[in-house]
Ligand binder design. Structure first.
Ligand SMILES: [Zn+2]
Length: 301
C-alpha cells in the first residue's frame, strides 16, 4: 500500500470556532490569527494506492472553487485554483482513475470535492467511477432535514452524493467497519453523530513524502478527521465548536490517543496548516504532544 498526503483545499476559518472552549490567549499562540480572527486551514486528504493497484481518496476537501460564488470565496478566503485536482494532475492520475472515496463525514470541507451542484440543481460527479463510502448514520443525518443540524449539510454538498448510483454508495455499519484491504472506517461520533476515523494498517505502508525516511516505518495510521483536526487538538477539551456531540469527541480521544502513543500509530490531521501527520507521546502537563511531525509539502509560487 502506498499513501500520498495531498492538500485538497486551502481556506481560512474563525480561530475561536476551531478551538471551542479554549481561550484565545492560548490558541492564538498555537496558530496565530490574522486581523479578522481567521486562522489558515488546509483540507489535507490522503491518496491511497492498494497493492492490487486500486487508487482512492480519504476525504475530498472543499471542492471546485469555480462552483463557489464570489461571496463564498471571500467568506472562506479561497482562491479560484483547486489544489486537489492540480495535485492529482501532477501525479498523472485522472479523476476517472479514482476507484474509491472514503468520507469521514459529510461536511462541505470534506465531502465538497465529491461533486458540484449547478444553480439549476443539476449535479456533476468529480470521481465518476469511485465507490463512495460513508457511515449510514452520517448519510441519515445529512438527509434528515433536521433544523437542529443548522447549516451542517448544505444541498450543494449532499445533492451530488445522490447522483452516485446506489451500487457505488456504500453505507458503512458499525458491525462491518472493514471497507477495503487494510482499511476500516470506525465510527467515532463526536464531531458529527456518524463521523468516522479511518484506520489504515499494513506490513509495509509506503509513504510518498520527502521526509518519509525520518518519519520511520509506518504500519498503522489513523485518519482522524475532525475529532483531531490539527496537532494542536490532542488535548481532551481542545475541540472545535462545530462538534455536535462534544463529549463523544473526548471519549474518542480518551480511548484512542493512549493506543496511538503506545503502538506508534501515526495520526493524520485533516486541517493542520503545516503538519499533515505526527506520531504522538503522552505528556504530563499537556496530556499528549506530537513527537515526530510530518510537514505538509507546500508548493510555493
Ligand atoms: Zn472539517
Amino acid at each position: 500500500m502506498k499513501i500520498t498526503p495531498i492538500i485538497a483545499s486551502r481556506f481560512v476559518s474563525d480561530g475561536g470556532s476551531m478551538f471551542g472552549l479554549v481561550p484565545k490567549p492560548i490558541w492564538a499562540k498555537l496558530i496565530p490569527p490574522d486581523d479578522r480572527n481567521g486562522i489558515p486551514q488546509n483540507a489535507n486528504v490522503l491518496l491511497v494506492e492498494l497493492d492490487d493497484g486500486r487508487k482512492g481518496l480519504f476525504d475530498t476537501g472543499c471542492g471546485d472553487p469555480a462552483a463557489f460564488s464570489d461571496k463564498e470565496l471571500a467568506l472562506h478566503r479561497m482562491t479560484r485554483d483547486w489544489p486537489l485536482m492540480n495535485a492529482l494532475q501532477a501525479l498523472d492520475i485522472p479523476p476517472e482513475a479514482i476507484e474509491f472515496v472514503a468520507l469521514t463525514h459529510l461536511h462541505w470541507d470534506h465531502a465538497g470535492g465529491v461533486g458540484t451542484m449547478a444553480t439549476d440543481g443539476s449535479t456533476t460527479l468529480h470521481f465518476p467511477n469511485a465507490v463512495h463510502y460513508m457511515h449510514e448514520q452520517e448519510w441519515a443525518d445529512a438527509n434528515a432535514g433536521d433544523p437542529l443540524l443548522y447549516k451542517s449539510y448544505p444541498a450543494d454538498t449532499i445533492a451530488p452524493l445522490h447522483q452516485v448510483p446506489e451500487s457505488k454508495r456504500v453505507l458503512v455499519r458499525d458491525e462491518k467497519p472493514d471497507i477495503l484491504p487494510g482499511i476500516r472506517m470506525m465510527r467515532s461520533g463526536g464531531h458529527t453523530r456518524g463521523h468516522c476515523v479511518i484506520h489504515l494498517e499494513g506490513d509495509s505502508i509506503e509513504l510518498a513524502h520527502p521526509d518519509a525516511t525520518d518519519f520511520g516505518p509506518l504500519r498503522r495510521l489513523m485518519f482522524s478527521g475532525d475529532v483531531c483536526p490539527t496537532r494542536h487538538h490532542l488535548r481532551l477539551v481542545f475541540q472545535t465548536a462545530y462538534d455536535t456531540y462534544p463529549l463523544d469527541t473526548r471519549r474518542w480521544k480518551r480511548e484512542w490517543l493512549p493506543r496511538a502513543a503506545s503502538d506508534g500509530t501515526a495520526l493524520f490531521f485533516d486541517h493542520d496548516p503545516d503538519a499533515c501527520a505526527a506520531r504522538i507521546q503522552a505528556d504530563e502537563r499537556k496530556e499528549y504532544t506530537a513527537s515526530r511531525i510530518l510537514r505538509t509539502r507546500e508548493k510555493k509560487g
